[in-house]
Design a protein around this ligand. Structure first.
Ligand SMILES: [Fe+2]
Length: 261
């Protein structure tokens, strides 16, 4: 019988007690994800930069023209390069967990902003491989606010090992997201592929504090349906891959999504 998400999370906790050296050597993201402590200070400068841009504590952020302002903030994000520093400063541990040799990283990462009790701020539970990514790609998910207390990213442990048939989906158009629109550019899906409620419910919460990141394989089922933490969550997700791996680099509105480190 297939183990539940909770069982697999317990296995994950057990796995996480394996000494880092062994994980680095043997590999690999046994459950498909790992919380890592970020080296370097780029993430602290990054948060300060965002706080300046919004002129308010990130946790208290809201805006009357929310989507338009998220676009503006994303453009500002793309004009600074702290995320490159984060990848550089953490290259060794990222390579160790993923077995990537030559890192390429996403040149225009996605900024996600999720207010409390606003399901429309989230893209729901999904699998990146349903949208063109491969199991040769990983996400470095960097929260700029604590991602705890109901605001966690949720992941289905070990789901990266399952074939596509294991997670059937149904697709329908989302009337709130037009193809080529601002929301589409921000990373929302105009025709989302929805998996079963059972799969959604099997995903476990993965707490992650500011200063940490979650590294997960693109084939992992993951996401968030609604932020239940009593503060707004800011996060940036940065794809990484090996320069020589078999991936599709040109995608949708963002062209070739990768640059070399
Ligand atoms: Fe995703």
């Amino acid at each position: 019988m297939q183990s539940s998400g909770e069982d697999r999370h317990r296995e994950t906790l057990r796995d996480s007690q394996i000494p880092l050296k062994m994980l680095l050597k043997e590999s690999p993201l046994l459950p498909g994800y790992q919380v890592i402590k970020l080296e370097g200070d780029a993430v602290f400068r990054w948060r300060a930069r965002f706080s300046n841009w919004v002129s308010i504590k990130l946790e208290d952020y809201d805006h009357p023209d929310f989507t338009k302002n998220q676009v503006e903030l994303t453009k500002k994000l793309h004009s600074c390069w702290e995320w490159k520093e984060i990848i550089e400063d953490n290259a060794e541990q990222l390579k160790g967990f993923t077995q990537i040799k030559d890192i390429i990283y996403q040149k225009e990462p996605y900024l996600r902003i999720a207010r409390t009790d606003h399901p429309e701020d989230n893209i729901g539970i999904h699998r990146d491989t349903h949208y063109g990514a491969t199991e040769n790609e990983w996400v470095v998910w960097v929260p700029l606010t604590d991602s705890i207390s109901g605001g966690e990213l949720r992941i289905l442990p070990c789901s990266h090992r399952e074939p596509e048939e294991a997670y059937p989906w149904t697709q329908s158009n989302d009337p709130a997201v037009e193809k080529g629109s601002e929301k589409h550019w921000l990373g929302f899906r105009y025709a989302p592929k929805k998996m079963s409620k059972e799969v959604e419910d099997s995903c476990v919460r993965v707490p992650c504090f500011f200063g940490e990141a979650i590294l997960f394989n693109c084939a992992c089922v993951h996401g968030q349906i609604v932020n239940k933490a009593p503060w707004t969550r800011f996060s940036v997700d940065i794809r990484i891959a090996d320069k020589n791996s078999d991936i599709q680099r040109n995608r949708g509105l963002h062209g070739d999504i990768y640059v070399e480190l």
